[in-house]
Design a protein. Structure first.
Length: 174
């Protein structure tokens, strides 16, 4: 049920004598707070992806909380869960980025297909590409399910084409 429908139901309930003015006011306050959080979280993720797409390689790291739990779903060579930004950087992000370190065209988002938010949950869907250190292109589509707190990602689950990822992971050493 969307926010507009909830507002209409709350108002109708009040006017029909089924709720007090304070209950209706509390409902409107909760809806407004939820909408504000949703918009803020969506904007933070969109801004980060836009900055990364424009060449700011550090934009993603700034979005991650220090105690992030990042899960790569599936059975790729990198699948599993890391705990904390340091472990994520060491096991996944740094080795991934190192595979593009000598390229004039490093990996970054090339097309943002959509960013969707509801409260503290944000879904980011994007296509990323770059030329790896061996001169061969790498392209993949990603869907990230992000849980946000205070403008930072605290939990994430990443989905992508593991065949393309594993080919890069095996073919190019960091």
């Amino acid at each position: 049920m969307n926010q507009r429908m909830i507002c209409l139901l709350a108002a109708a309930t009040f006017f029909m004598g089924g709720a007090s003015a304070s209950v209706v006011a509390d409902t409107f306050t909760q809806i407004t707070e939820q909408h504000t959080m949703t918009a803020s979280n969506k904007a933070v993720v969109e801004t980060t992806l836009d900055a990364w797409m424009s060449g700011d390689a550090g934009a993603l790291a700034a979005l991650l909380s220090d105690d992030i739990e990042w899960t790569i779903a599936g059975r790729s060579l990198a699948a599993g869960t890391t705990h904390g930004r340091a472990e994520l950087m060491t096991k996944i992000l740094a080795p991934f980025g190192a595979r593009f370190a000598h390229s004039a065209d490093p990996f970054r988002p090339r097309r943002i297909n959509g960013v969707y938010a509801d409260g503290d949950t944000v879904v980011a869907w994007f296509d990323g590409a770059g030329v790896a250190n061996d001169g061969k292109p790498y392209a993949n589509s990603y869907v990230w399910l992000l849980s946000m707190q205070h403008g930072k990602v605290v939990r994430a689950t990443a989905f992508f084409d593991s065949i393309a990822f594993d080919d890069l992971w095996r073919r190019v050493r960091p």
